[in-house]
Ligand binder design. Structure first.
Ligand code: C2E
Ligand code: CA
Ligand code: CA
Length: 666
């Protein structure tokens, strides 16, 4: 073997080694971080290593045997590997800039093109030692032309896709230079293949290519380092933003609102300015969610936050406090300005919302108070605006300004607290039961427990008549625990008396469900009353699920492991969706009454209910329809595959005595 061939072989072997090591490095990185583009570059470098290996073998082995089987096989391997190197390099660049994997169809087509091209380049003159020129054109000039064009296209693509990090710019320059190298080679090879200087040129190109490949290795490494830093920066910024802003609307969240308000109060206090703290509540927003879907609801909340933030009065603070209520704070000096602001806010909300193909009209209720007249700390300002808002909503007035008399509501609450605690202690709260009918087996499958207050003076009160006070007093946890214990007692009593257990479903409020003692409480009760867990079901609303999905998921899994079923109540009215629920091991979805009301008369409601049933079944969950009041509704629900129903048509919620008669008759 000549010295020259030996030198070439040495260079190629070294390159093989370097790119194999680099490929291994990328493999380790890909395993660790799993970025798709790294996988493509890993393939590209592996192909390059194979290519250099076949070049090394070619220069060592087959110089004398042009047209032999070995020569042709090596040539084929070289062609395939060089095209693969190029293909995966390009795919990697595309995937890295788009931050997305490549469509598998494109991949398959790419691979087929590579194999076809390689065969066309090698086979026609593969076993014919005479046609040296044609062979060279096919194997070298054609490939160089394709690479040249490809690199130039890649450069244009990189130029237009403005990659943020520095390595993007180097890669662009690299593509331009390499593109020119290949195109120039391709053209000169056709014109001057026989010239002496061309032979010298090819000699030098081996060293040039060595430089090119090494540069590529560096670029890939720098790119990955830059991209990782970019990803980390984006993640940190996003986390910061979410921490400070409401994820749905981009407005400040409750804590941030209070903090900012405190700050603004300080500034205003120092300058002798006055602030006006408005609370807005969108009216009938639940109806919007029911009618147009949750996505539209979310977009409306986002749009509302934007309108408020960008409003002409240059608010000092804008934030979302909860579901559909916002805070809006301005500086003011005259009463006239307050009135202007009120009207401005109503006009902002009344302006039609153009969301997707819907035009949605909304109104809001407003309650407000002033700093420093009404209070001098943020919590109290919020509380007083809230009192005013509450008045506005319950009396159906557009805007209410806080007045000191409103605190009599506070006195009412204080009296109620005593009364409610007494009611619990005296067992004035009693349970009613509403049967749930299994449509597949036509039998009673369970009953929902609904609380009533047997008031000594006012008679039997439904939840709607006293829940507002319980909520305002934060007594739901007490109520839920009371109902839980009463329910367990009842199951035990019926078993002793009638030797029969009926599964009972209990409504659990969000706070209680997330209480850290909740699971332990239930375990204690089950033990105390010797109740098999399958006789207890818990109903939570979808809004519980989205408050803290991880915690809720953990609780549901624990309950499920204990054998207790969980169902989603009032499904379709909240902010969550089946996409959320898919991850949760819930047993049953209870479609809200509002959807059932019109199934028999309204096509779109029927479609919605049908879709809910199909999707739920697809996720392996059972479906119960609430609020079935007529025979047609029942028939329709049975026809579209609903598993169970509950509603006045089957039975209203009834007293314990009536219910025991009911189930003993069934
Ligand atoms: P929910 O869980 O959606 O309960 C169903 C409500 O719909 C009950 O009202 C029931 O009487 C009513 N209903 C049932 N079928 C029909 C029907 O065919 N047509 C109509 N128009 N209404 C029907 P209720 O008993 O007044 O309860 C109202 C809400 O109060 C319940 O809604 C539930 O969220 C809550 N609640 C009731 N009892 C408890 C309890 O013990 N603990 C807790 N945390 N919440 C409870
Ligand atoms: Ca319920
Ligand atoms: Ca319900």
């Amino acid at each position: 073997m000549a010295v020259r061939e030996f030198a070439h072989s040495l260079i190629y072997s070294t390159e093989t080694l370097i790119f194999s090591i680099l490929a291994l490095l990328l493999l380790a990185y890909y395993r660790g971080f799993g970025r798709t583009y790294v996988k493509y570059w890993l393939f590209s470098l592996t192909a390059l290593a194979v290519n250099q290996l076949s070049l090394a073998l070619e220069s060592t082995l087959s110089q004398q045997n042009i047209g032999s089987l070995i020569d042709t096989s090596l040539a084929l391997i070289r062609q395939i590997s060089q095209y693969f190197h190029f293909l995966f390099l390009m795919l990697g660049i595309y995937s890295a800039t788009k931050k997305a994997p490549i469509n598998p169809r494109v991949l398959i087509i790419g691979v087929l093109v590579v194999i076809t091209l390689s065969c066309i380049a090698v086979l026609p003159y593969g076993f014919d030692s005479a046609n040296v020129f044609n062979r060279f054109y096919l194997r070298e000039s054609l490939a160089a032309f394709i690479f040249g064009c490809g690199f130039i296209v890649a450069a244009c693509y990189l130029y237009s896709s403005d990659v943020e990090h520095f390595s993007g710019k180097i890669l662009l320059v690299y593509c331009v230079l390499v593109g020119i190298r290949y195109l120039a080679f391709s053209f000169t090879s056709i014109i001057s293949l026989t010239e002496d200087w061309f032979r010298h040129l090819t000699e030098w190109l081996i060293y040039v290519d060595l430089g090119i490949h090494t540069t590529l290795g560096f670029i890939i490494l720098i790119w990955m380092q830059g991209a990782e830093r970019n990803i980390a920066d984006t993640a940190i910024n996003r986390a910061k933003y979410l921490d400070e802003h409401d994820a749905l609307t981009g407005a400040l969240n409750r804590e941030q609102v209070l903090e900012k308000l405190t700050h603004e109060m300080q500034t205003a206090g120092e300058n002798g300015d006055k602030l006006c703290v408005y609370l807005l509540d969108l009216k009938r927003f639940k109806f919007v969610n029911d009618t147009y879907g949750l996505k539209v609801g979310d977009l409306i909340l986002g749009e509302t936050a934007r309108r408020l933030t960008q409003s002409l009065l240059q608010p000092k603070v804008v934030g979302r406090l909860s579901g559909d209520s916002f805070m809006y704070v301005i500086n003011y000096s005259t009463e006239r300005q307050q009135l202007t602001a009120e009207e401005h806010l109503h006009a902002l909300i009344a302006h039609p919302y153009q969301i997707e193909q819907h035009e949605v009209h909304l109104q809001c209720s407003i309650g407000y108070c002033e700093f420093p007249t009404d209070a001098d700390n943020a919590d109290e300002l919020l509380q007083k605006s809230n009192l005013a808002l509450f008045q506005a909503e319950s009396l159906n007035i557009r805007t209410v300004k806080y007045e000191s008399g409103m605190q009599s509501h506070g006195r009412h609450l204080m009296a109620m607290e005593k009364e409610i605690r007494q009611a619990i202690a005296n067992e004035e709260l009693i349970l009613h039961f509403q049967p749930q009918l299994n449509l597949k087996q036509n039998r009673l499958e369970a009953a929902e427990v609904l609380v009533r207050w047997q008031h000594p003076e006012k008679g039997l009160l439904a939840p709607g008549q006293f829940f507002a006070d319980i909520e305002a007093l934060n007594l739901f946890s007490e109520l839920d625990n009371y109902v839980l214990e009463k329910t367990c007692q009842t199951i035990e009593k019926w078993y002793k008396k009638y030797n029969r257990r009926v599964p009972l479903a209990i409504n659990i409020t969000a706070d209680e469900f997330q209480n850290s003692n909740f699971i332990r409480n239930i375990q204690t009760l089950l033990k105390k009353y010797a109740i098999p867990p399958i006789y207890l079901e818990l109903e939570i609303t979808e809004n519980v699920v989205i408050t803290d999905i991880e915690l809720v998921m953990k609780t549901i899994i624990e309950l499920q492991n204990m054998g207790i079923k969980v169902s989603i109540d009032d499904f379709g009215t909240g902010y969550s969706s089946l996409a959320y629920l898919r991850r949760l091991p819930i047993d049953k979805i209870k479609i809200d009454r509002s959807f059932i009301q019109e199934v028999a008369s309204n096509d779109s409601d029927l479609t919605i209910v049908k879709t809910m049933i199909e999707l739920s079944h697809g996720l392996g969950k059972r479906v119960l329809a609430e609020g079935v009041e007529t025979k047609e509704q029942l028939q329709l629900l049975r026809n579209i595959g609903c598993d169970a129903v509950q509603g006045y048509f089957i039975s209203k919620p009834i007293s314990e005595e009536a219910f025991t008669k009911y189930f003993r008759r069934k």
